[in-house]
Design a binder for this molecule. Structure first.
Ligand SMILES: NC(=O)c1ccc[n+]([C@@H]2O[C@H](COP(=O)([O-])OP(=O)(O)OC[C@H]3O[C@@H](n4cnc5c(N)ncnc54)[C@H](OP(=O)(O)O)[C@@H]3O)[C@@H](O)[C@H]2O)c1
Length: 336
């Protein structure tokens, strides 16, 4: 019988994950019971949040247990069903794992998605997945840009940042992106419509501040923060009065002890607001925002930036690339 290969956590990493923290294991393809369906996973979303699930402490989702397949958002096709309303051949999106086959159950996270609505099923992971939706709520529910305002986005060429910057541009904001390397910076302005890009590689907060001042002499109305570290330190020193910061993530701290923001007192001096958020805070936005994002991508109003890697055997290297600047756009592992 054909097996079910899974990308399994075998030890908890300290610092940057190692290949030896994971293994590819093969088991029998599961039998399904009443109310269940078998999903052949086609795409897995590879996300910075996975690093948090490797630690033995709760975040907004519990840790992945040693010996379990690595949790991931997936898009797959139903190959067997004993669940009402789920048919053979249906495409489903849900929180499953990096493995060939997963079992879905009535009432779990898996929901059918319409293949006719998108030009690639991968869009349900990228622009119309967690990354795009997080950008959408960060821009439209937290920052609420007004035409003419200036926004700084960090990890701007990444999955969330690329969509956040494009949405803010559509709202009439001037958008500056911080990214690592000349290629990503060129992409931001030449392909994604950002007004200006700053390369952070090898630069300290003072240098980044000087570049920010040159790019936006009037100061920043908004910051969409994905990274932390020197970029955030510089941004805090260049806020306008009443600026708002959407704290989406701090990827520079995920493999090391917290670095901390050095210039938080600027929030006081500038009567500024910093608000952390997750997509889970806005469940009512998910359905309408998914539809809007698909329409924007289909019409070309938003460029859907994706980096698609191939094969379960490549899962570790794909994941690692998130933390070494080896990704551009939404990172996706195509399993079949
Ligand atoms: N709040 C929520 O609900 C939510 C949901 C999704 C994601 N997030 C967070 O949003 C942020 C972005 O997520 P994403 O999925 O779009 O990932 P991403 O930005 O595509 O992440 C990968 C990129 O992060 C940058 N990076 C990694 N380590 C860095 C470091 N030490 N210093 C500076 N840059 C670094 C690199 O880009 P460069 O080469 O350009 O530096 C890398 O290519 C993450 O912090 C994530 O945890 C939050």
């Amino acid at each position: 019988m054909q097996g079910n290969r899974s990308f399994v956590l075998v030890s908890r990493p300290r610092g940057i994950p190692s290949e030896s923290d994971f293994a590819i294991r093969s088991h029998r393809i599961p039998e399904i019971g009443k109310g269940e369906f078998l999903i052949r996973n086609h795409y897995a979303s590879i996300d910075p949040a996975m690093r948090g699930w490797l630690d033995d402490r709760p975040s907004y989702l519990p840790p992945v247990a040693i010996g379990d397949a690595m949790r991931a958002g997936t898009i797959g096709r139903v190959v067997a069903s004993k669940a009402p309303g789920i048919k053979l051949g249906d495409w489903v999106k849900g929180i499953n794992a990096i493995q060939d086959y997963s079992v879905g159950r009535t009432g779990d996270s898996n929901r059918p998605v319409d293949p006719g609505r998108v030009t690639s099923m991968s869009h349900y992971i990228s622009v119309a997945g967690g990354a795009g939706l997080t950008a959408h709520v960060g821009i439209n529910r937290i920052l609420r840009p007004v035409a003419g305002e200036t926004l700084l986005v960090s990890s701007a060429a990444g999955a969330v940042g690329a969509v956040a910057g494009q949405l803010a541009r559509l709202a009439g904001a001037r958008v500056i992106g911080i990214a690592g390397g000349a290629d990503k910076c060129r992409r931001l302005t030449a392909e994604l419509g950002f007004d200006h890009a700053i390369d952070h590689r090898g630069k300290d907060a003072d240098t980044l501040l000087a570049e920010l001042v040159a790019a936006a002499p009037e100061g920043l109305d908004m910051v969409f923060e994905n990274v932390g570290g020197p970029g955030l330190d510089a941004a805090l020193l260049h806020l306008k009065k009443h600026a708002r910061i959407a704290l989406c993530g701090l990827i520079s701290e995920y493999n090391s002890p917290p670095i901390g923001a050095r210039n938080l007192k600027e929030l006081v001096f500038r009567s500024a607001t910093m608000r952390g958020f997750t997509l889970l805070d806005f469940p009512e936005e998910i359905a309408p925002a998914t539809g809007q994002l698909i329409d924007l991508a289909n019409s070309g109003a938003i460029i859907c930036a994706e980096q698609i890697e191939h094969g379960l055997d490549n899962a570790f290297q794909t994941f690692l690339n998130l933390f070494v600047g080896g990704t551009s756009g939404k990172l996706i592992l195509k399993l079949i």
